[in-house]
Design a protein around this ligand. Structure first.
Ligand code: FAD
Length: 325
């Protein structure tokens, strides 16, 4: 590899790496070689500045959030970074990309160690602090020292890496680190997407499950029945007087003008017909083998009359369904 014209920190011997040579064509460009500049093409609604357009487009790549830390002259310095990636398992290598204007960029040199603390979803203030935008009054961070390297306490995962190589990357520098220490805790990560913090979405059931207080009396009052895959359990427009509680399997509810809903074990359907005597408002079709408990409207009404708490729970559950419809 040619090092002619490279900044001094890039003038290094290659024979200390685990894999001294890449495949043909990899790592062979001289440092001062840059491909002929070509204007980046992007839609006009992203504005006049290609750097901003690129940044906004790159923002669509969802990442976690880390705090990179190092200690220099007995002082701890940290900065928020989402440009962190795993590079190799054997040898264990990670890569960070740091803006050349950042203080951190001047603190890290080959042979130095840096810490990576992967933030948990509760640590947005920590991220803001190390990005230089903390509000006043935000508590000071606490650090734990591992291998003379500070790590942010309370983070989801920690690494200590020793800078193996640094690379020129335009207005950023890349620091390839050899991982010397790694550990993680249980928990949900803080995410960054489109320029803002996000959290992992939890999939909520489309329809709330049957209220816990209602389940035992309904199961006792009903009759167990089973249906084969594709079998119609309830027919749109028919008068029906049964509510069904799904014990096992899944049921598709098909209502004209609405997307299909898939109900699973613990959920129920047919309550409108059973409570009002009105025609069914949707088809209900078994999605695979299904077993249910069918509760006749008289039995349902007597369960509700005998337990005002259960009646309230049912009302709450129905209100939730109306909100979601
Ligand atoms: P400074 O700007 O001087 O310090 C950063 C902040 O950390 C300051 O407020 C400082 O007071 C505080 N701080 C530092 N050490 C301590 C300590 N020991 N105790 C208490 N507070 C301390 N930039 C990149 O180059 N690469 C990225 O991948 C990257 N990703 C980012 C991702 C997100 C989600 C965000 C919000 C920002 C990101 N940035 C990234 C921007 C970067 O975090 C900021 O530019 C940062 O200010 C650069 O830090 P610095 O090293 O220049 O130090």
């Amino acid at each position: 590899m040619a090092t002619e014209g490279a900044p001094p920190e890039f003038k290094l011997a290659l024979d200390s790496t685990a894999v001294p040579h890449g495949p043909d064509g990899i790592g062979e460009s001289p440092f001062d070689f840059t491909a002929a500049p070509e204007a980046m093409e992007y839609p006009s609604e992203l504005g006049d500045d290609p750097a901003i357009a690129l940044r906004r487009t790159l923002g669509m790549f969802a990442t976690g959030v880390t705090v990179i830390t190092t200690s220099a002259h007995d002082e701890v310095h940290g900065m928020t970074a989402n440009a962190f990636m795993s590079a190799s398992l054997n040898p264990p290598l990670v890569l960070i990309s740091i803006d050349r204007r950042a203080k951190m960029c001047n603190l890290l040199h080959e042979g130095d160690r840096y810490g990576v603390s992967i933030l948990g979803e509760h640590q947005t203030e920590m991220s803001d602090r190390f990005a230089g935008r903390a509000d006043e009054g935000v508590p000071q961070p606490a650090f734990e020292m591992v291998r003379e390297t500070p790590l942010v306490e309370g983070a989801l995962a920690h690494f200590v890496a020793r800078v193996d190589r640094t690379y020129y990357a335009g207005d950023h520098s890349l620091f390839l680190g050899h991982v010397e220490y790694a550990r993680h805790n249980e928990g949900a990560p803080l995410l960054y997407h489109g320029g803002q913090y996000e959290r992992l979405g939890k999939v909520e059931p489309v329809v709330p499950e049957l209220p816990a207080g209602l389940l035992p009396p309904l199961l006792a009052a009903g009759e167990e029945c089973s249906f084969a895959d594709g079998e119609q359990i309830v027919k749109l427009g028919e008068i029906g007087d049964q509510l069904f509680v799904i014990l096992d399997g899944a049921v598709i509810l098909r209502r004209p003008g609405h997307p299909d809903k898939r109900l699973e074990a613990g959920s129920y359907f047919g309550e409108v017909g059973a409570l009002s005597g009105q025609p069914r408002v949707s088809d209900a079709i078994a999605d695979g083998a299904v077993s249910c408990v069918a509760v006749h409207s008289d039995a349902l009404k007597s369960v509700l009359a005998g337990s005002p708490e259960a009646a309230w729970e049912m009302l709450g559950s129905l209100a939730q369904r109306v909100r979601e419809a």
